[in-house]
Write a protein that binds this ligand. Sequence first.
Ligand code: ADP
Ligand code: MG
Length: 232
Amino acid sequence: MMIFMKGICKSYGVEGMEVPVLFDVDLEIREGEYIAIMGPSGSGKSTLMNILGCLDRSDSGTYLLDEEDVSVLSENQLSELRLKKIGFVFQTFQLLPRETALENVCLPLVYAGVDRAKRKELAAEALKNVGLGDRLDFLPSQLSGGQKQRVAIARAMINGPKILLADEPTGALDQTSGRQIMDLFRQLNREGTTVIMITHDRDVADHADRILNIVDGRLRGGLLSEKAGEAK
Ligand code: ADP
Ligand code: MG
């Protein structure tokens, strides 16, 4: 199993009070799946995404990524794991505003220790693959929302991660741009990437092969043996 979560709980401390956000989340995801986690605003989706992406830790429960218990890893080991295994896409793109599209996509390669000439070559290729071969030297402010998200996807995939983790990837986009992003996700999934998409939008979730619902921090049907997920 690529992702195995059992009994994941998470609270936030706010003004000395513990506010529970995730309750006993169980989740299994196989390599090569395209899954959507759907729930209303405030249901704990981003909290779960941050834990899935090893950006944050749970308070209790087990999380195995590729059979490896991530709870025992140091911060450095976690950032290395993220760099190698996970590509992130966010609603607000999270591009560096003063860097060109090409430089934004190059950035993970800097951390991966790839030399400058090779970085430019790989990033240009990645931007070409998302239909932005003619926008390499544009700043984010000179790109449309859909184009920015495609730059973000090129950046997310530049190190060849096995997993693409997307939090409301079309939340800031019009329908046409949103559809282009969904086409890209489908293509990446066909090429073997495990896609985990988080959304509040049923129409967006419908692009995935399996949809799980999260309500008030409780995820339903996350274990494949339960067969409670909505198979399509
Ligand atoms: P969603 O992404 O589904 O909208 P979130 O995971 O962002 O939900 O938030 C779930 C709940 O956790 C909300 O009630 C939110 O207020 C709370 N929460 C999220 N992040 C924090 C934080 N850093 N500190 C305190 N509470 C938080
Ligand atoms: Mg959120």
